[in-house]
Design a protein. Structure first.
Length: 121
């Protein structure tokens, strides 16, 4: 018996000084890699069982071409997945932009030096 693959990634250690968007990106990559590994193992098992039980011929899945309705459904699911996957990154980016806008709108007072007498001439 094999050890089951984990279904969720373990938390990442926080890196001091790391921007929120960087932490979100790393979390997203780890979560996607973990899910992709689990899904690939399950798909492989399904494909092997289907071929082994003569439900599908070897290569049938690779040769499959979806019809227009199936392709439209796939496209919608892909778009929904991308929206969900990138939501946290998008929100972190918006937060960084808002913070940058606040900084630019309210710059810290910088001391103004008087020009030296030779600079004034």
């Amino acid at each position: 018996m094999t050890t089951p693959l984990p279904t969720t990634p373990k938390g990442l250690a926080t890196i001091p000084g790391q921007r929120l968007v960087d932490a979100q990106t790393m979390s997203m990559i780890v979560a996607l890699a973990s899910q992709q590994t689990v899904m690939r193992a399950r798909i492989d098992a399904c494909e092997r069982l289907l071929v082994e039980n003569a439900v599908l011929a070897p290569g049938a899945i690779d040769a499959f071409v979806p019809d227009a309705a199936a392709q439209a459904e796939r496209d919608l699911l892909r778009q929904q997945s991308m929206t969900k996957i990138f939501r946290a990154l998008h929100e972190a980016g918006e937060a960084d932009l808002a913070a940058l806008s606040d900084t630019n709108a309210n710059p810290a007072s910088e001391p103004h030096s008087e020009p030296h007498s030779e600079d004034a001439a």
